[in-house]
Design a protein around this ligand. Sequence first.
Ligand SMILES: Cc1cc2nc3c(=O)[nH]c(=O)nc-3n(C[C@H](O)[C@H](O)[C@H](O)COP(=O)(O)OP(=O)(O)OC[C@H]3O[C@@H](n4cnc5c(N)ncnc54)[C@H](O)[C@@H]3O)c2cc1C
Length: 434
Amino acid sequence: MSDSRERPNLNATPAEHLVEQATEESDGDPTPAFSLELTQDQKDIRDWVHGFAADVVRPAAAEWDEREETPWPVIQEAAKIGLYGYEGLAQFWFDRSGLTLPIVNEELFWGDAGIGMSIMGTSLAVAAIFGQGTPEQMAEWIRQCFGTADEPKVAAFCSSEPDAGSDVSAIRTNARYDQARDEWVINGQKAWATNGGIADVHVVIASVDRELGSRGHAAFIIPPGTDGCQQGAKARKHGLRASHTADVHLDDCRVPGSCLLGGKEKLDERLARIREGEHGQSQAAMQTFEASRPTVGSQAIGIARAAYEYALDYAKQRRQFGRAIVENQAIAFTLADMKTEIDAARLLVWRAAWMGRNQIPFTNAEGSMSKVKAGEVAVWVTERAIQILGGNGYTREFPVERMHRDAKIYDIFEGTAEIQRLVISRALSGVQIK
Ligand SMILES: Cc1cc2nc3c(=O)[nH]c(=O)nc-3n(C[C@H](O)[C@H](O)[C@H](O)COP(=O)(O)OP(=O)(O)OC[C@H]3O[C@@H](n4cnc5c(N)ncnc54)[C@H](O)[C@@H]3O)c2cc1C
């Protein structure tokens, strides 16, 4: 019997075919026009994710926030209905309009951001494998990142280090090639990895040539159970507490030669070109980062919308001075500004998502614009929601307090607000702003 909550369009196209289609598109399919008109499929998926967020995620949110643990039972439910897994992610990701993935993220994070991140955190590692792996590596590893519907697993993407956050070029984790055994030996310490240490598959960024800075970096798969890969300290966080964040230690961690994403031949060619003075690679990396930013922005919008809706309902119910507080312009205008800001941020996110999906160049860093705006709107809207709820808003009995704590991370991870402004200002001025 099929679950009534099963993903719409479930059996449409297997994930591998979607990947093939996406790879062949550059051979001529015209770019779809940007449109705010959702297709029936997109509306069905939006309503389906919203139902899961309302029925399963939101009721569990406060408990997992307090426990500060990965909500495995919720991930399992998401896997059973096809929301967590390769097929689902591929269906959301490869839609040509670019809008399905932001829509899914907004609804899920409307339910709860900590649980949302524990469901979506794996996609960071998957994006790296998809972006840099060979077809064989994609076939071998992407499914393993998710596990199965009965036994879901998570994956981690480990780039940040204690001394390399915004400054990615400072990464010290290094990978040395042991030719005799065709193995890579990786040593270093990663910081702040979402799912770090509890993941089956870790994707680790390491330096193969420190002199080349970020252009000497490569990405490696650390297969499940590899000796020398261990969780370090788990972060005790301000928000997003249902999502596990931890250091990862890599001590003489040996992985097969085939775990270098993209393969050794391609790496050697790239390094040779860089040493001869070519500079193409950092541009390609920038395109990849820009393309992932609207996805993160849509998560922030989900949090902001949840807080705004809660505050609006509250303002209509709560009475002071013999009238509902919404009848005061101070409250009503704040709500008007909250809604306006959320809608403005969503428009930026959707534009960048459409551009990223269709490889339209981000000449003004439109991906960064969408992320910085959505993050700051989420922080501001959730803070205003607390104000509208007064004393109640400041307590853990009401969800806007948690939403505000969750929202703050969107100013920090995946590039801080300052780094986004650096990227935007450099793109529009052509000047290497510091
Ligand atoms: C909950 C959580 C989950 C995370 N998940 C992951 C993950 O899965 N994988 C991963 O690799 N990393 C992850 N991170 C790390 C995250 O990406 C970094 O925290 C972020 O990039 C900022 O780096 P930092 O913390 O070292 O801050 P720093 O780089 O030390 O920055 C500190 C302050 O200085 C500012 N600053 C720095 N340089 C400049 C400059 N040139 N101009 C102006 N201002 C500047 C910053 O904007 C910031 O305000 C996560 C972090 C958190 C908190």
